[in-house]
Write a protein that binds this ligand. Structure first.
Ligand SMILES: NC(=O)c1ccc[n+]([C@@H]2O[C@H](COP(=O)([O-])OP(=O)(O)OC[C@H]3O[C@@H](n4cnc5c(N)ncnc54)[C@H](O)[C@@H]3O)[C@@H](O)[C@H]2O)c1
Length: 464
């Protein structure tokens, strides 16, 4: 099928950047990104591209180049579906918070709504692409919904999971390690559909980086990739605790281990724990799928990755309390960073949220600075936990625009996100303005110990 119009349902962290890059690289294809969230679409259409709703290095320039030419953001979902030959589904697939599978299974209600809408609106044949991360065999459900409407439209379902990492999304999209496309490769129509999507990516991705598989392998590969990545973080974090007890240094261990070419050096950085919208939810989903097939050993094995991560966040916070003479009640604790990693404004599942919640339970007063996260997001994240009233969160947590307000008269400062700018702060000034002893907790292993100790800080870093 010759693709002239693409529709992407979901203008979030995946849909927005992915479609911007497709539009930039395929100027002859019209790409329309649609969403039910009017505010988000309005932000994507903001005249000033610096106000687009997602912060990613390099993204605003691409949007500036393609928007209005062949990249469009709209709330008219029906029109975009009807016009498109290829429809990407890129909506959120959070962990279920109710009913069967609560706290584990992926909530597929948004996916199903998309499928029903596509089935209702479509009058011409469509290739439907799963871009969202989905449990293995979801394509079967989609096919069922789409083909049972009986309006004579033919559908091909492809799985094309997204492997971008937030913070480097544009780089990852422009130069991906691989693009994975799963389809019904046993039929001619299925093979044609796969080829149509291969042709889109082939505008800028080398052919040998485009992998084609059957649908189930593609769906499961995405869950597997995230499970392996998160497992590496939990593995090194487990070692970080042992390092703290034994005098080993986790960075030295990681370097020594990572130089083994069978292991590799990436993703071996000890920290206060992984966050982000994907790792936890995708592993929980994997655990749920394994359990539903009765594979309890498989399920328990992967669940440990999550348990270790929860432990790491908790022990970081508990160590702060212990170090501050066993009480943080009424003490000002400064937080540098709230996003789940640097170079993104995404805070979903950020370790900072859980460390804050722990310290608030211990009656601390928290002041937060993050270069890209807005005040209302910090409160929304804490309110979502439902641990205390919204009033109390606003009373006990302050969000400021100047990092030196965070540190002034603080009993302790904690680095929760590895933003580069933190390294270049005037740490002497910070020390001078803090209460003494001045405790500094580096949850990201990003600050240099010797110079901080020389200034006079009581310095604690994960894993040493
Ligand atoms: N964020 C990442 O780094 C990342 C990476 C790879 C894969 N993924 C996967 O991609 C998917 C999307 O993730 P995200 O981070 O972009 O989510 P997101 O929450 O940022 O965006 C999803 C968007 O879909 C919209 N939406 C939901 N239902 C809709 C409907 N019926 N019609 C129109 N719009 C609808 C929402 O309003 C929201 O704006 C998830 O399955 C996620 O697991 C995410």
């Amino acid at each position: 099928m010759n693709i002239k119009n693409i529709c992407c349902i979901g203008a979030g962290y995946v849909g927005g950047p992915t479609m911007a890059v497709i539009a930039q690289k395929c100027p002859e294809i019209n790409v329309t990104v649609v969403d039910i969230n009017e505010k988000r679409i309005a932000a994507w259409n903001d005249e000033n591209v610096e106000n687009i709703p997602i912060y990613e290095p390099g993204l605003s320039d691409i949007v500036k180049e393609a928007r209005g030419r062949n990249l469009f953001f709209s709330t008219d979902i029906d029109a975009a579906i009807d016009r498109a030959e290829m429809i990407f589904i890129s909506v959120n697939t959070p962990t279920k918070t109710y009913g069967i599978g609560k706290g584990m299974a992926a909530d597929l209600k948004y996916i199903e709504l998309c499928a029903r809408q596509i089935a209702r609106v479509s009058t011409t044949d469509k290739i439907v692409v799963e871009k969202s991360t989905l449990p293995v065999r979801t394509a079967e459900t989609l096919k069922n919904i789409l083909t049972n409407t009986g309006n004579g439209v033919n559908y091909q379902i492809l799985s094309n999971p997204e492997f971008l990492a937030e913070g480097t999304a544009v780089e990852d999209l422009l130069d991906p390690d691989r693009v994975l496309i799963g389809g019904d490769i046993d039929t001619e129509a299925g093979k044609d559909a796969v080829q149509s999507l291969v042709d889109v990516y082939a505008h800028w991705v080398e052919k040998d980086h485009i992998l084609t598989t059957n649908v189930w392998s593609s769906e499961l590969s995405k869950l597997t990739a995230n499970a392996f990545l998160a497992q590496r973080v939990s593995s090194i974090n487990a070692m970080s605790e042992l390092c703290e007890k034994t005098g080993a240094d986790v960075n030295e261990v990681a370097k020594a281990v990572g130089m083994d070419s069978r292991i590799g050096s990436k993703f071996l950085k000890a920290s206060v724990g992984f966050g982000g919208s994907c790792f936890q939810k995708d592993i929980l989903n994997l655990v749920y799928i394994a359990k539903s097939f009765g594979l309890n050993e498989v399920a328990n094995y992967w669940e440990q990755v999550i348990l270790m991560n929860d432990h790491q966040k908790r022990r970081f916070a508990a160590n702060m309390v212990r170090t501050l003479f066993n009480t943080v009640s009424g003490k000002k604790i400064g937080f540098l960073g709230w996003a789940f990693k640097k170079d993104t404004n995404d805070t979903r599942e950020s370790a900072a949220i859980y460390v804050a919640d722990y310290l608030l339970n211990e009656q601390a007063e928290i002041v937060v600075y993050d270069p890209k996260v807005k005040e209302e997001q910090v409160y929304a994240d804490l309110d979502y936990l439902n641990t205390r009233s919204e009033e109390e969160n606003r009373k006990r947590v302050k969000v400021v625009k100047d990092p030196y307000e965070v540190t002034k008269e603080a009993h302790a400062v904690a680095v929760l996100t590895e933003w580069d700018e933190f390294k270049d702060y005037d740490w002497q000034k910070i020390y001078d303005e803090m209460l003494k002893p001045a405790f500094l907790f580096d949850g990201r292993r990003m600050l240099e110990r010797k110079s901080k100790e020389k200034i006079g800080f009581e310095f604690y870093a994960i894993g040493s």
